[in-house]
Structure formats: structure tokens, C-alpha cells
Design a protein around this ligand. Structure first.
Ligand code: B12
Length: 233
């Protein structure tokens, strides 16, 4: 099978919510030595985008979204060990606390971001989905991560990213951590509006941004605050 054909089939399994088949194709991609990220971006994500479009136009319903999400997660479960096994022997790049904000249960993209960060040498502490502002604050206080990453896929939950930043400020913890935001609903403009340190439009950008934070040694040079525009990918 050619790569393009495989990608089209991957997209189709998501569109049809074919869980087992989605996993089979992921295994096929591994066999063909296709980079998991390329397969996710060129195959499965295309399907999810189409599912999102069909949901918006009223042709798909919630069960279709659920099935698509399940199929995607199944494929990611196959890829995950391969993504993480890329981890190099280099020293720990830093610690990232990651979570999807309160009211939001989308975790596929966050999962990809987490796996890619692990592969890039970061320790990732994933707080899961529907994470309250207080829980993010507690994690920053207790775990003292270098970076806090927040995902939001719904326009209704984006404001909860702002709430977290405000809570960090109130608790005088804001200067101790770099805040990176992302998720389908989020834009660079929004990130600037809420005074996040960075916006990452995809998992690769999340890694690049985190590497830049690591290079400028967040903890040692707390006075260095790159603007979002400078660090945006
Ligand atoms: C699958 C899916 C679901 C699944 C999620 C399963 C799961 N475990 O995640 C389920 C069925 C649960 C679901 C539920 C709902 N969904 Co939904 N869902 C989707 C869908 C089709 C795909 C999302 C996805 O996984 N995309 C693929 C990943 C890889 O992309 P991503 O998340 O954007 O992540 C990438 C980047 O954004 C970035 N990134 C992500 N997180 C982070 C974090 C950081 C820090 C950084 C730097 C980067 C970063 O990197 C990732 C990898 O490249 C989208 C449509 C779409 N195309 O986005 C709708 C969509 C997001 N859902 C939508 C809606 C409306 C809902 C519901 C409200 C539906 C309902 N009536 O109940 C509920 C909400 C439930 C809740 N409270 O959370 C709308 C949102 C509209 C809006 N703008 O607010 C969308 C856009 C569909 C649509 N077109 O209407 N959904």
C-alpha cells in the first residue's frame, strides 16, 4: 500500500468510527516505518477535521464524535510507545504540567503534545481533562514545573485558561512558571490577550516553544520574558 492510500484509509476509519481498523492501520504505518506524527497529521487528523465539519453542519451527531474520538485514541495507543521511545538520552529538559481546562473533556491533542514533549526530553505531568483552575495552581505550587500547558477545544472553555493565569497571578506564582496555551479553539491573539507566554498551534510547536523556554532557562533567568510573537511557531 502507498502512503497516500494509507493516509486516506486512516481518515476514513475516523470518519466511520472504525476503532479496530484505525488501530490496524496504525500498526501498518509502524511496519512501513512512517513517522507517527506524519500519519496522525496526514491521515487521522484529516478525518477528525471532516467529522468536526459534519458535526457543525448537522450531518453528524454526538455519537459520531464519540466514535471518531475513540478510533483516534485507539490509533494513538498504538503510536504512543513509538513516539515516546524516541526519547533521547540527553539530560532532562524541564518539567511540564499539562491539562485540559475545566469543562472540557477533549484530550486527544493534549495527549499528542504530552507524548512529543516526553520524546523531546521533558518530564510531563498530565493532570487530565476538566482540570479546575485551583488544581492547576496547586500543581504549580507543589510540583514547581518549568512550564504549564493548558489545552482548550471549546470556545466556552477558553476563558478558563485566563482564569488559571489570573489565579497564578493572585497567588504570586505567575513569575515562577511559563504558561503555554493551545487547542483547536485557541489562537495566538487569544494567548496574547490573556498574557500567556506562548501559543502552540500543534504538538511540534509545543515542543519548539518548550525547548526555547528550556534554552533560556526559565528558573535561572526569571526576568527573561519572551513575547508570544517572538516565540510563536
Ligand atoms: C473528537 C471530538 C470530540 C470527542 C473528544 C474525545 C477525546 N477524548 O478527546 C468528544 C465526543 C468527547 C467531544 C465532545 C464534545 N465536542 Co468535540 N470534537 C471532537 C473533534 C471532532 C476532534 C478534536 C480532536 O481531537 N482533534 C485532533 C487533535 C489532534 O487536535 P487538537 O485537539 O486541536 O490538538 C492539536 C493542537 O490544537 C495542539 N494542542 C492541543 N492541546 C494543546 C495544548 C498546548 C499547551 C499546546 C501548546 C498545543 C495544544 O496540538 C495538538 C496536536 O497537534 C473536534 C473537531 C475538530 N476538528 O477539532 C470537535 C469539536 C472540538 N467539538 C465540539 C463540540 C461542540 C463538542 C461538544 C460540546 C458536543 C456536544 N454537543 O456535547 C462536546 C463537549 C464535551 C466537553 N465538555 O468537552 C466543537 C467545538 C466548537 C467550539 N468552537 O466550541 C468541535 C470543533 C466540533 C465542531 N465543529 O463543532 N468532541
Amino acid at each position: 500500500m502507498q502512503e497516500q492510500e494509507l493516509f486516506a484509509k486512516m481518515s476514513h476509519t475516523i470518519l466511520k468510527g472504525e476503532i479496530e481498523e484505525a488501530g490496524e492501520l496504525a500498526r501498518k504505518a509502524v511496519e512501513m516505518k512512517i513517522d507517527p506524527i506524519v500519519a496522525v497529521n496526514n491521515g487521522y487528523t484529516k478525518g477528525l477535521d471532516e467529522v468536526g465539519r459534519l458535526f457543525r453542519t448537522g450531518e453528524y451527531f454526538l455519537p459520531d464524535l464519540v466514535a471518531a474520538g475513540e478510533a483516534m485514541k485507539h490509533a494513538l495507543d498504538v503510536f504512543d510507545p513509538f513516539l515516546k521511545s524516541r526519547k533521547t538520552e540527553k539530560k532532562l529538559m524541564g518539567t511540564v504540567v499539562l491539562g485540559t481546562v475545566e469543562g472540557d473533556f477533549h484530550d486527544i491533542g493534549k495527549g499528542i503534545v504530552g507524548s512529543m514533549l516526553v520524546a523531546a526530553g521533558f518530564e510531563v505531568i498530565d493532570l487530565g481533562v476538566n482540570v479546575s483552575a485551583q488544581k492547576f495552581l496547586n500543581a504549580v505550587k507543589e510540583l514547581k514545573p518549568d512550564i504549564l500547558g493548558m489545552s482548550a477545544l471549546l470556545t466556552t472553555t477558553m476563558p478558563n485558561q485566563k482564569k488559571v493565569i489570573e489565579l497564578l497571578e493572585e497567588a504570586q506564582e505567575r513569575q515562577n512558571v511559563k504558561v503555554m496555551v493551545g487547542g483547536a479553539a485557541v489562537t495566538n491573539k487569544w494567548a496574547m490577550e490573556i498574557s500567556a507566554d506562548a501559543y502552540g498551534e500543534d504538538a511540534m510547536a509545543a515542543v519548539t516553544v518548550s525547548e526555547q523556554f528550556a534554552a533560556t532557562s526559565v528558573k535561572n533567568q526569571a526576568n527573561l520574558t519572551p513575547t508570544i510573537n517572538r516565540i510563536r511557531m
